[in-house]
Design a protein around this ligand. Structure first.
Ligand code: ZN
Length: 538
């Protein structure tokens, strides 16, 4: 899963990745996005690994073309039909004529709504027809067309995209020859075979088995969000990744502290009786290339893979935190927002380390609390229904901050940086509420903003229009909100969360005024990448 970003649980709560947004008014459509160069310190790689990167990027570019076909159809025909440079650029960002930040609204005259099934299915297909058809029609790895009699027929990706997948397979095989790490070599070899056989299980297993590699690649048909008809079809994408070994080691250390942190949660014993969860790998990476699905519209900053539950049962999953992509969102979005909304004397507390830390601890914190209600209402997710995702994301956010606070007390985290985490956390609320109430993250942030406001966790200066953290009160509010969320989850109290969301899961007038000021400044909503071998100097 993308992101959406967590100890198996962001898997369930894909909103972690999804960052849809609200509209901003501007002259150019493309101004919603600002550009960022994807680079990393290649000296962390061996000479052979550096030789592999161009081959992997070439394979990734093939995935990019395949995703265009899945999402829309004929890329070149569309782009050639567009004379306006801005619209053409925007179509490239969106992999089609529909604005992904606006619920896929068409931005090209004469183009209607996006088919729910994108180009995976015939445009006239209905959900019922697909659900009643042969199982192959709903396979992850088939395109669906009509035969001459009008009957739905499934064509395996390995056939439908034969020529391109053969090329990609050859490139991975070539790259494998340079792989010194046996795990990486095995993964590339099995993935190359999967492109031809349409069977991805073995290569997913191989991907989980490699742990020592510095270079990584996620490539192939992976996420199913693009299929809005039934969520069955896997979209082609690729990430070429360089592992940040120092951060990865820190994350492993923090994950090891979970059992002790679970015991210390600010809530009654019965709400923390479960073991803290952590059977997955958590690593930080720089991405050097995005292609296909993950490069369309809003950019993914964390992923949790593989999606195959059989592989997860056998091997767990791996969570990948994409550090330079987060740096992009920090530099280009969070810093400008902070300049507008955070008090002058707390500007120095807005730091990338704190932003990255808060995001990391969010991920680790999904492992805290409980997954099952304490009163026989089943899992928390079942009991809280449509509010489950928003509350789980809200829990991870607030318990992430709780973890940092606790670790500062025990000397596991530098205490003098704690204020950075708090102020950056507050700024992050403004960033996330821009995504609107349609996303779980957006709602969780609105609830938190309103809770913090009531508990005076921050001060608002009427004269400057800026906010500042009151450290002690914010700490108290953090504990109070943690307790509230953990209790609702443990009780599986749907009525309470439903009432709370109705009351507090919305943008207050104060918050709207702040967001309006951000939007008036024309601060972008998301990022496009300048990327490739030239940018990397390869
Ligand atoms: Zn999450």
């Amino acid at each position: 899963m993308k992101y959406s970003t967590a100890l198996l649980f962001c898997l369930l709560f894909f909103a972690c990745k999804q960052e849809p947004s609200e509209s901003i008014s501007e002259a150019n459509l493309s101004d919603k996005y600002t550009s960022f160069q994807l680079t990393t310190d290649l000296s962390a790689l061996s000479a052979n690994e550096r030789k592999m990167i161009p081959l992997l990027i070439e394979a990734a570019e093939i995935m990019d073309g395949l995703f265009w076909q899945q999402a829309y159809g004929d890329k070149n025909a569309l782009l050639e039909s567009l004379s306006d440079a801005d619209i053409k650029n925007f179509a490239e960002i969106n992999y089609g004529p529909w604005d992904r930040l606006e619920g896929n609204a068409s931005f090209v005259e004469g183009v209607g709504d996006k088919p729910l099934g994108a180009n995976y299915y015939p445009a006239d297909v209905t959900k019922e027809e697909v659900e009643e058809a042969d199982a192959s029609i709903r396979s992850l790895y088939t395109m669906v067309r009509r035969d001459n009699a009008g009957k739905l027929t499934a064509i395996p990706y390995s056939e439908y995209f034969k020529e391109d997948l053969e090329k990609a397979s050859g490139l991975l095989t070539q790259a494998a020859e340079y792989a010194d790490d046996p795990g990486l070599k095995n993964y590339l070899t099995t993935r190359a075979a999967a492109f031809l056989s349409n069977e991805y299980f073995e290569s997913d297993m191989a991907w989980m088995d490699m742990t020592e590699n510095g270079l990584d690649v996620v490539i192939g048909p992976i996420e199913t969000y693009e299929d809005q008809l039934i969520g069955a079809k896997a979209a082609f994408e690729a990430y070429v990744l360089v592992k940040d070994k120092a951060w990865s080691a820190r994350l492993a250390k923090y994950a090891s502290l979970l059992p002790a942190l679970q015991k210390g949660l600010p809530v009654d014993e019965k709400y923390k009786a479960e073991e803290a969860g952590s059977n997955s790998q958590l690593n930080a990476y720089d991405v050097v290339y995005y292609a296909g699905d993950c490069n369309s519209g809003s950019k993914t900053i964390a992923i949790n893979l593989p999606n195959d539950e059989k592989v997860q049962l056998a091997k767990g999953s791996r969570r990948l935190q994409l550090k330079n992509a987060m740096q992009a969102k920090f530099d280009k979005i969070l810093v400008p927002i902070s300049k507008e909304l955070i008090a002058d004397d707390q500007q120095d507390n807005i730091t990338f380390d704190a932003f990255f830390g808060n995001t990391m601890f969010h991920e680790v914190a999904h492992g805290l609390g409980i997954k099952n209600t304490i009163n026989g209402k089943g899992t928390v997710r079942e009991a809280l229904k449509e509010h489950a995702s928003a509350l789980e994301e809200g829990k991870a956010d607030i318990l992430g901050l709780y973890m940092i606070t606790k670790m500062a007390e025990t000397g596991d985290f530098p205490e003098d940086q704690l204020m950075d985490n708090y102020v950056t956390f507050l700024a992050g609320i403004f960033r996330s509420t821009r995504f609107g109430a349609s996303s779980a993250h957006g709602k969780a942030n609105m609830l938190r903003f309103n809770y913090f406001q009531e508990n005076e966790a921050f001060n608002f200066d009427e004269e400057t229009g800026k906010y500042s953290v009151d450290f002690e009160k914010m700490k108290a509010a953090m504990n109070g909100l943690s307790e509230l969320i953990l209790t609702i989850q443990g009780d599986g109290d749907y009525a309470q969360i439903d009432a709370l969301m109705k009351e507090k899961g919305k943008v207050s007038q104060d918050l709207q005024n702040a967001l309006d000021r951000v939007n008036e400044k024309g601060i972008p909503v998301d990022i496009v990448f300048e990327q490739g071998t030239d940018v990397l100097g390869l």
